[in-house]
Write a protein that binds this ligand. Structure first.
Ligand code: AMP
Length: 225
């Protein structure tokens, strides 16, 4: 299966992408994770991206398109993939469409759009914390022992992503509305969009996505356990 997961910051794209990638047995390609890994490793790309990301702005189309072309040409993506965080501009959408046409995948690609109210998402994002050891993301309010990561057991490992501060979040939403949202219309016109309410329990969002994908493809979806 070839999927793009689309939605506003904080709507749960990353969480759903991880679950779907494991259930459907396809690689999860998160451009945000690729950039954060480059920042951590202090590569040339990472050093360029760091300041842009901390302001909540977008890394250049040229860099992002290059990253995606390299990633999708990897044989591990030949049987399916799930793109998370790309495309984010109409220029990126045009580039991926061209690549998908070259790979004869334009017929197969579907866009899963997660919907949610912006103000509720801002609250969710300001409460979000990531574990510096396993990179899992949590709502800080839901963590019982505030010092221990419930996923990997690391102690004192939580941090607040610099792009999850409220002023940066508002900037990310402004950019999302003006630059990223038009992509949805582009794929809606092509009849490629499946919309799901992203502000439900994580399990229910996954269930709705899998149900819509099965309905859309007209066949049952094989899920890895
Ligand atoms: P994410 O984890 O998807 O929210 O991405 C975190 C940050 O990485 C974004 O706020 C951007 O600064 C940058 N980024 C990720 N994907 C892209 C993209 N496709 N185009 C431009 N910048 C991106």
């Amino acid at each position: 299966m070839y999927l793009i997961i689309f939605g506003a910051p904080g709507v749960g794209k990353g969480t759903q992408a991880k679950i779907l990638s494991s259930k459907l047995g396809i690689p999860h390609i998160s451009t945000g994770d690729i950039l954060r890994a480059a920042v951590k490793a202090q590569t040339v790309l990472g050093m360029k991206a760091q300041k842009i990301m901390s302001r909540g702005e977008l890394v250049s189309d040229e860099i992002m398109i290059g990253i995606i072309k390299d990633t999708l040409s990897d044989p591990k993506c030949s049987k399916g993939f799930l793109l998370d965080g790309f495309p984010r501009t109409l220029a990126q959408a045009a580039a991926i469409d061209e690549l998908l046409k070259e790979l004869n995948l334009m017929e197969k690609i579907l866009v899963v759009s997660l919907k949610a109210d912006e103000e509720e998402l801002i609250v969710r994002l300001t409460n979000r914390r990531a574990c510096s050891k396993c990179q899992e993301i949590f709502n800080y309010k839901d963590i019982k022992d505030k010092d221990v990561c419930p996923n990997c057991g690391a102690v004192d490992s939580f941090y607040h992503r610099s792009d999850d501060q409220e002023d940066v979040i508002r900037n990310r939403f402004k950019i999302f509305q003006s630059v990223t949202l038009p992509i949805l219309e582009h794929y809606e016109k092509m009849g490629k969009v499946i919309s799901v309410d992203g502000f439900q329990h994580v399990e229910k969002v996954t269930e709705d996505i899998l149900h819509s994908l099965a309905k859309r493809s007209g066949k049952e979806i094989t899920i890895s356990t």
